[in-house]
Design a binder for this molecule. Sequence first.
Ligand code: UD1
Length: 311
Amino acid sequence: MTTYVVTGGAGFIGSCLVRALLAQGDGAVRVIDNLLTGSEKNLEEVRSRIDLQRVDIRDYDAVAGAVRGADVVFHLAAIPSVPRSIDSPALSHEVNIDGTFNVLRASAESKVRRVVYSGSSSAYGDTEVLPKVETMAPRPKSPYAVQKLTGEYYASVFHSCFGLETVSLRFFNVYGERQDPSSPYSGVISVFMRALIERRSPTIFGDGEQTRDWTYVEDVAALCLKAASAGGVAGKMYNAGNGERCSLNRVWELLQKIEGVSLPAKYGAPREGDVRDSQADCTAVRRDLRHQPQYTVEQGLRRTLAWYRAQ
Ligand code: UD1
């Protein structure tokens, strides 16, 4: 039987991946999480079917114990958020770079078959050309972007120097069920969802014409599963996006239309470290991982909104 470890498995994306693994039904699922930004509540109805270990990835010995015997490690534990990495660069560095090193080192020593690493589209920074292709030179604009990029480089080097199979996926603005709207660093879609339900106007930083490739969390989880087993992809990095881009203004318009309300947004100063436009080229991921996202932005937003309404 295959043993899967999901670091950050009590988080927003990790808990969706845990459910996808359980639905696939071919192995045991172990979650390691320090419950800093994740929560046991995210795993509520599947809690009895997983082994949840409260481990901080900054603690090498604890990580080594937790990945022992694993076949596949999905490394999703991180301190996300561009602005948080500007406010607390040391904390995000320790978790995102040192923690990632610990997970890779422990996986190599435990002879894990494959590690799937969650990178970030922020690594591209502002590129002159859209969509963004894996072959473009990275231009990180924030500590977070540097940290996530460093993890990719480490993943690739653990493959070339230590023979550990690694695959990096650059996530593009993931949204969906269980994204926590309650922190000042929350992803914007979760903030929009809460504002919509509470009938408040959200604050958009800048003119709202910045674009993102909004990617539904279930599509990301499905891609992680493919990355765990596909052949010929070890040591490589792929975009994990939807392949489209849509402005913040447009997303807020769409949400008001779906909900049948009119709540004009407020506008604030642009945010430091923000990338202007983001869109994934999905050619390589389609070719090598046979991945095709299943949800348009409108479909994903409708599903997500239904979940927030039910809370
Ligand atoms: C970035 C990365 C993404 C990564 C994420 C982790 C890019 C292009 N994307 O997302 O891959 O997964 O960090 O956190 O770098 N905003 C508002 N009002 C709010 C909150 C945010 O207008 O209340 C704006 C931001 O200024 C930004 C956009 O919404 O322009 C998206 O912000 P956010 O959801 O934080 O994600 P990114 O920083 O784009």
